[in-house]
Design a protein around this ligand. Sequence first.
Ligand code: GAL
Length: 636
Amino acid sequence: MMQRQLGTCYYPEHWPQEQWQEDARRMVELGLTWVRLGEFSWGVIEPQPEKLQWQWLDKAIEVLGKAGLKIILGTPTATPPRWMLKRHADMLALDVEGKVRKFGSRRHYCFSHLGYREEAARITRLMAQRYGDNAHVQAWQIDNEYGCHDTTYSYSKAAEQGFRAWLKQVYGSVEALNEAWGNVFWSMQYSDFADIDLPNLLVTEANPSHQLDFRRYSSDQVVAFNRAQVDVLRQYSVAPISHNYMGRITDFNHFDVSKDLDFVTWDSYPLGFLEDRVGATPDNQRRYAQQGDPDFQAFHHDLYRGMGKQGRWWVMEQQPGPVNWAPYNPAPAPGMVKLWTWEAFAHGAEAVCYFRWRQAPFAQEQMHSGLLRPDSSEAACWQEVLRVSQELQTAAEVSHQQAPVALMFDYDAEFAWAAEPHIGGSHYFDVVFETYKSLRKLGLSIDIVAPDCETLDAYKLVLAPGMMTMAEATKQRLMDLDCATLIGPRSGAKTHSMQIPSALAPAIAGLDVKVLHCESLRPDLPIELVKGGAIKGYREHVKTSWQVLEQSVDAVPVLLNQGHHYYLAAWLDQEALVAILENICAAADVDTVPMPQGVRRRDTGHERFWFNYDQQTHCVEGIELAPGAVVRQTVP
Ligand code: GAL
């Protein structure tokens, strides 16, 4: 059995060496087990090309390790030093406008640049040779937050060349590519792969097939960049390898990257996210300003659990107090740092590490809090973290339990949706996230699964909303299931190469629904449903022999059913979605309990957890939950 553990992110290079010992002692005193080092330290390790300075890192690892801490060592490839540009002047990414993204912050590299990829493998090799068998180094992190700061896509020369070679490999002949993309339209035929440009700086929109392939290509470069380092590390170290993903970064396929990792981690900043990327209503932004969205963290916990080998995952960076990067950066309400930490454990995390140990008084993140203030005094969250570490003594073990419900998440659908949103400003992520929220309003625990998940038949209900380019194998697998399935809206809307299926969408054998046409709706013109709630952005007009369980007030079918299969032909508001899901769950023998505002429940192993994100006290199933409360029950 694995123990639940705490940790922190530490930058010894930011502090005088005399301070390290005391820092290590205090980390242990606080109950921390893990300390992450190194992920931005290239400039200190190799200040001049090939002139390596390891002594400081040797010392830091020794001091921390001897104090009893386990080290997760980061490869420093998110921050190549300035001299790297003298070696590889063209390694910087170009943005969609073709402008160079210069040195002076971080993540200043293009994933397609093979010279830089080799440099990344080189520094990784040097690090692995030095620390691969160091007993204190018990895990690795590769790079830092792929895709953060909008860095997946680059419109550089290196990307252009790589994209052409990738297309040639995928299509074999340019005629096949012309056919797949439908290039007869607007005379867009190519006669040579060398003529194909990247899909930016065009007069009007690029062909969605072209855009989709560029996204797939770019995603593959992240996989290749990561793999180059994994391959090196495995030669020198048996310690498990991870990467820290960032919330709501969906422009590369995390399932693909994770296949090369031993465990996955993500960085959780609930208050930054609420302001920056949740898409919450202004009311909810006010209501949860100091708590964070009640579902956003949980969604990512479930997503990354579904990606880790044997469900192994961590929170690598946990917000400890105000951050510096959102439009507004409030302090967490009392109790929330503790709640966020326990919530991660409730979703199966092995470790939660706080970012960062001590607030830096200099550079970009000086307004970002840590466990300590810049003067080393304890920051507001210290006592909460101490409390968690004490509580962990009686609830030590990581536990997993299969949820009754599986929700598919498909990065390819995100790419396809981005290429053709159809509803202004809409995203596939939101369709899935809103479905997730509605399931959580019903008190459910959820597993988020990849489209190729092989254990679907272990669930009572499997949902696949918005999967625009659903693969034939996935269609077949869903229809073969004996449990309840809910497919749609917009699932199967396009073929793999982004065309309308010849039999019309969703083109799923055994699902007698044909989308005759679809429409997107203004947000201020919702269409009500007969039994309550409304269609909020998109609906399909279908021909079907299936039973209509719900329709709009203008008599357009919305929810269709045959046996245990359901098809949803519209994007619904939460009221409608919750009502529909409640009925489907009842038919599928899935127990639901409506959750009060901001209250969420999660079952794992032999535990049931309750969390209150709201500012009010709520009572549910006889349990009183004050604001910020975490209640853990043991279930026999
Ligand atoms: C993360 C990043 C950290 C730090 C932190 C600040 O996205 O990995 O290095 O910048 O944000 O909140």
